[in-house]
Design a protein around this ligand. Sequence first.
Ligand code: OGA
Ligand code: NI
Length: 214
Amino acid sequence: MARSLLCLRSRSSTGDMFYLVLRPNESRDMRFWPACPPSFRTSIDRYSTETAKVARCLLEFMAKHLGVEPESLLEMFHGQSQGLRMNYYPPCRQANKVLGMSPHTDAAGLTLLLQVNGVPGLQIRKDGKWLALDALDGAFIVNVGDVLEILSNGKYKSVEHRAVVHPNRERISAAVFHRPCQDALIGPLPELVKTTAAKRGVIDVFSYVLCWDW
Ligand code: OGA
Ligand code: NI
């Protein structure tokens, strides 16, 4: 795929973003992978392998929790498509007047977010109110994306979230998105709609996820 990197600053957000396609491996376009610092490529490669393992493990647990065969969920993520967005939010003295990243849900299946330099800023919307997340040191924040909400027939909810900026500290976060195969049509898992009505419709991953998570 041609779209292997995107670097943008949107009008409603003050952060800078740097996006890399990590998996499948053949979608990597190394022209866009920084060669400096020299450890960058190997570190990201390793990070990609390890986060893919964590995501697989979490999907397996989620399938068990949903009462479906793990394979029926895992096969939707066959090929382990994965993208990385690194976010840089500069400090802003009028932090209460701007947003680092505007409210959205993640389109992909599962997001593993790391608040890299320990500066908090992620907020989720719950019962109409924005709640700040207190991340544990060194822990991932795991976010369910729209695709997983659809596959689970609404049992797992894709949470609306946003990022705020800090008045005098820069903030860096890294979000790894795990997506289903790009040529898949996604709807509620058949095992979940045997006796319950489908609460979510079918989407075409290519046009839905690939257009929205970038
Ligand atoms: C994202 C995201 C939040 C953050 O990259 O999709 O929600 O805290 N980031 O940077
Ligand atoms: Ni997000």
